[in-house]
Design a protein around this ligand. Structure first.
Ligand code: FAD
Length: 546
């Protein structure tokens, strides 16, 4: 496939334009025109293509920009440093005309409405395939009520929570769109998010984020678009079994959870965008002989500091003039394990993220303004398949479950989170009082000794790792930094291998997104959803031509 799905528009990209901390878009345009002697009348279009903060010199923090510019006369700008000719790419999928069901051809199904499922569904709908999207959780408005009710009353709804429901795991999050991938499909995702209500700047910031308050509306708008194109959502509908013949998918069995009714849906393809927390579904797939592999993942705790301390450490005297600062740290400890920060949420809160009864999980969330008192981040230690007991391919899930059960008990067995000051964690003692930093966990907390959750190699890695990180951010290992347990769902504990047609070992079963091991985060999950949709479209073209 690759760029076959993309149309181009010729432009110039100008890189490395430095601007002072205080400026606006007009100032930027003036600087570009002055630097390259461009007359404003010559400009057909001008847009920001990249924006980052360069804080390497604490006494001279600057913004660095890239801009895309369309000019009457491009020729005079050839061979100038920092200016490149390029084609701006606009994603489009080829449409399957007159798609309709018959004996042989059935509508494709997407299982899961997280970023992977939504973008798979959207691109399939744009191609005219009228996908059915099934989601075990509720629509985002109903889901929001259950989520906030859990924060308040600690009563868990096991299918409607921070992990499950419309929008998937990314909805009650920081909405960070950072990713290590650089894929031409990303522009499509930014464009759709912007059309659905995200700010335009997400398409050019080096570390874009949306915030949970905005994500909820965005999910609804994308759903409306999919429905307007002939797609269909079925909420509170859980995939419970797959039926296949001659190694080819025939139908799926689902349960309408509200009415406790089971029924089947005939289909040629089920895109499994089920996320990393779909434990019951992983067990079902394993029983149904879908091939899976154990994989590396990471576990640890959330750490919290005052955001003002992080701002000072990152931006020096500019701390009050810039948006809340971020960090990304990684160190290697003496036992050889990597320890790293993950999903850092500036000005955010620690969020109760359980999806199973009597098991406790935490994660991070922020609102679009990122203006709350604390900075939080996961501190994670790599764990390897050999660390898990037993031979089962699902041993990683059981490893996670044990940690979550211990955290639940340490918190008092009612979804309060176990919390400890970092200094007390170092000394293996239950904290008695808070220092300068107050825990932000949204469903109350209880002091406990987090050393009791993990095996010793994880405790020692966390202790050494956090201490080493203090060399990069002064104050990181302060005695009163808050640790909250347990962060166990950073990525999927399994991988479901795909063949050259993107199918698992059964034709028609298409593993997708983070749960299947092809993504880590909102953007890469969405990109994988788009990729899967492209394969689905090719499969149907082939099927219809026979
Ligand atoms: P998911 O989003 O997990 O979606 C899977 C969906 O499938 C779920 O809604 C689930 O209910 C449904 N499902 C599962 N099994 C079935 C079944 N049998 N039948 C029907 N439906 C089923 N990532 C970032 O990049 N930036 C962030 O700031 C960020 N913050 C986060 C904060 C929190 C609190 C959490 C929990 C995660 C955060 N993440 C963040 C991670 C990010 O949310 C995930 O990487 C991403 O959502 C994965 O997308 P996905 O579509 O593959 O799976």
């Amino acid at each position: 496939f690759n760029k076959k799905n993309v149309r181009g528009k010729e432009m110039l990209k100008i890189n490395n334009i430095k601007m002072p901390v205080k400026h606006n878009e007009n100032d930027l345009k003036n600087v570009v025109c002055k630097l390259y002697k461009i007359n404003k009348n010559e400009i057909k279009s001008f847009e920001i293509a990249g924006q980052a903060i360069d804080a390497r010199k604490k006494n001279n923090v600057v913004f660095v920009y890239a801009v895309n510019i369309e000019l009457e006369n491009k020729k005079k700008f050839e061979n100038i440093k920092n200016i490149k000719k390029f084609e701006k790419q606009i994603y489009s999928i080829s449409k399957i005309e007159n798609f309709s069901e018959n004996e042989k051809i059935k509508r494709p199904v997407v299982v899961g409405s997280g970023p992977a499922g939504i973008f798979a569904g959207l691109v399939m709908a744009e191609a005219g395939l009228k996908p059915i999207i099934i989601e075990q959780g509720k629509n985002v408005d109903e889901r929001k009520k259950d989520v906030y009710n859990f924060f308040k009353t600690r009563k868990l709804n096991k299918y409607s929570n921070v992990q499950f429901g419309e929008g998937g795991a990314g909805t009650f999050s920081d909405g960070k769109l950072n990713t290590n991938t650089n894929n031409f499909r990303m522009q499509k995702i930014y464009d759709e998010l912007i059309l659905a209500g995200a700010e335009k700047k997400i398409s050019y910031m080096s570390k874009p984020h949306i915030g949970t308050d905005k994500l909820i509306g965005i999910m609804k708008n994308i759903r409306k678009k999919i429905e307007s194109l002939g797609g269909e959502y079925r909420f509170c509908t859980k995939l419970t079994k797959i039926n296949y013949e001659n190694n080819k998918l025939k139908e799926i069995e689902v349960e309408d959870l509200e009415n406790e009714k089971k029924y089947t849906v005939s289909t040629n393809i089920a895109v499994l965008a089920i996320g990393h927390s779909a434990r019951e579904t992983f067990y079902m797939l394993n029983e149904q002989k879908v091939q899976m592999e154990r994989k590396i993942f990471s576990v640890g705790v959330r750490i919290e500091h005052k955001q003002s301390m992080i701002n000072r450490a990152q931006y020096g005297k500019f701390a009050d003039k810039l948006p809340s600062a971020e960090y990304k740290l990684n160190v290697k400890t003496s036992n050889g394990r990597g320890v790293y920060t993950f999903c850092m949420c500036p000005g955010g809160v620690v969020v109760p993220s359980a999806s199973e009864e009597n098991r406790l999980v935490v994660n991070g969330m922020s609102y679009s303004k990122r203006n709350l008192e604390n900075a939080n981040s996961a501190i994670l230690v790599n764990v390897f398949p050999d660390d898990f007991e037993g031979n089962s391919v699902l041993a990683g899930i059981e490893f996670q479950r044990k940690l979550e059960e211990k955290a639940f008990i340490l918190g008092g067995s009612d979804y309060k989170a176990p919390v400890q000051l970092f200094g007390d964690f170092l000394n293996n003692k239950v904290s008695k009082k808070l220092g300068n930093v107050k825990p932000s966990y949204l469903a109350d907390y209880k002091f406990a000794d987090l050393n009791q959750i993990f095996p010793e190699y994880i405790n020692s890695s966390l202790k050494e790792g956090i201490t080493l990180m203090d060399k990069k951010i002064k104050g990181f290992a302060n005695y009163d930094a808050i640790l909250t347990g347990v962060e166990s769902r950073s990525s999927s504990p399994v991988k479901i291998p795909r063949n050259e047609k993107f199918f698992a070992n059964i034709e028609g079963i298409m593993p997708c997104g983070e749960g299947a091991g092809y993504a880590g985060g909102i953007m890469s999950a969405a990109v994988d959803g788009v990729k899967c949709a492209e394969f689905v479209v090719e499969y149907f073209k082939d099927l219809m031509s026979k």
